[in-house]
Design a protein around this ligand. Structure first.
Ligand code: COI
Length: 360
């Protein structure tokens, strides 16, 4: 399939925002988007790059009623030499295909889709901040578009990709590595095994909003979720996976079925041993975590995600108590992983795993 390209006229191009801490996350969108349609009769068809625009959807479109929506989060990085890289982009599309399978949506051709994303990024490369810690965020999205109100999988879908320059996901980080505070809830659950927790689907995020609001009101950046059955085992943060450094060993929750299989999580699991740290994918209970933080056995806590990168955690709050991790500062292991990961992503250091995909 050939991709048709309709460029925005030079006089209609949007203003590119300043690449500074005020940029925030997810507020600005670049000039173009990729779109492609699907019907069960034709498969995927009409792949095209067009000016960024509102979608023309029926108010009865099924995605708006029953949540048949999946998405991905990836980034394009540009260094001071002007080189542009994607990071493991095929992993995002493979994960999108697993999400699609869970939500009974059509799968994408991995190579074709990565290539389409490369073309889109190339066209809007002026929007990629040439500043470390900043990037062009890429949001592949798939929605069910049949105008129908019966509950069943749609027969038609739209896949589209929008992009936009971003700084840190957490406003308090202002484009730098700064620790954030998280809040553990045992009142709400994010996902249960057998549900859609491991798919990257809108409904998982909608389900998290009430708890997130309560965490924000209490002064915390995000919610740390416990397992949905016993409310004891650490799962993830929703916007990131979570790691604990206990007696020098990195622990993260195994992929039990209710946790998002993060690509940054996977990268840290592979990168950390390369830097000399042991990693264990083992379940920790909230009691083990809190007593470990109190005794100093747990010296660091940090989250991992495409948007969150490596986000150190300074405080963990649970049932009216607030536990400071170490001295509340960025820990040395989080710092080293952050620098190494960014070094690879921005093409500054050797890429021992072949994760970078160079665009220019
Ligand atoms: C990402 O890290 O890219 C994500 O998709 C998480 C999102 C909630 C910002």
């Amino acid at each position: 399939m050939d991709i048709t390209i309709k460029e925005r006229r030079p006089e209609d191009k949007k203003m590119i925002p300043a690449f500074d801490a005020k940029l925030g996350f997810g507020r600005h969108f670049s000039d173009h988007m990729f779109l492609m349609d699907y019907s069960s009769a034709k498969g995927w068809y009409n792949p095209r790059i067009e000016p960024y625009q509102y979608l023309n959807l029926s108010p009865a479109a099924m995605c708006l009623h029953y949540g048949q929506e999946i998405f991905e989060g990836m980034k394009a990085y540009r260094n001071e030499e002007g080189e542009i890289f994607l990071f493991r982009p095929e992993e995002n599309i493979k994960r999108m295909n697993r999400s699609a399978s869970r939500l009974v949506m059509p799968e994408l051709d991995v190579d074709f889709t990565v290539n389409a994303i490369k073309k889109l990024v190339e066209l809007d490369k002026a929007w990629i901040p040439p500043v470390k810690g900043y990037a062009l965020y890429i949001r592949p999205t798939m929605i069910a578009v049949d105008p129908f109100l019966g509950v069943k999988p749609s027969d038609t879908y739209l896949f589209y990709v929008i992009t936009g320059p971003v700084a840190s996901y957490y406003p308090e980080q202002e484009g730098k590595l700064k620790a954030v505070k998280i809040y553990v809830t045992d009142k709400y659950v994010r996902a249960v095994v057998g549900g859609t927790g491991e798919a990257k689907s809108a409904g998982n995020y909608a389900a998290s909003l009430r708890a997130q609001l309560e965490a924000r009101d209490a002064g915390y950046a995000q919610v740390l979720w416990l397992d949905g059955v016993e409310h004891r085992y650490i799962e993830e943060v929703g916007t990131m996976n979570i790691f604990f450094v206990k007696d020098g060993v990195l622990y993260t929750s195994p992929l039990t079925g209710s946790i998002l299989p993060g690509i940054t999580r996977d990268s840290v699991i592979k990168l950390a041993p390369h830097l000399g740290y042991e990693v264990r994918e083992e379940r920790l209970t909230i009691d083990e975590v809190l007593s470990g933080i109190e005794s100093g056995e747990i010296s660091e806590v940090f989250g991992t995600g495409t948007a969150a990168i490596i986000s150190p955690v300074s405080h963990v709050a649970y049932r009216d108590r607030d536990f400071e991790v170490g001295s509340g500062d960025v820990g040395p292991i989080a710092q080293r992983l952050y620098e190494t990961l960014l070094g690879i992503q921005y093409g500054e250091i050797e890429d021992p795993f072949g994760w970078r995909v160079k665009l220019a």
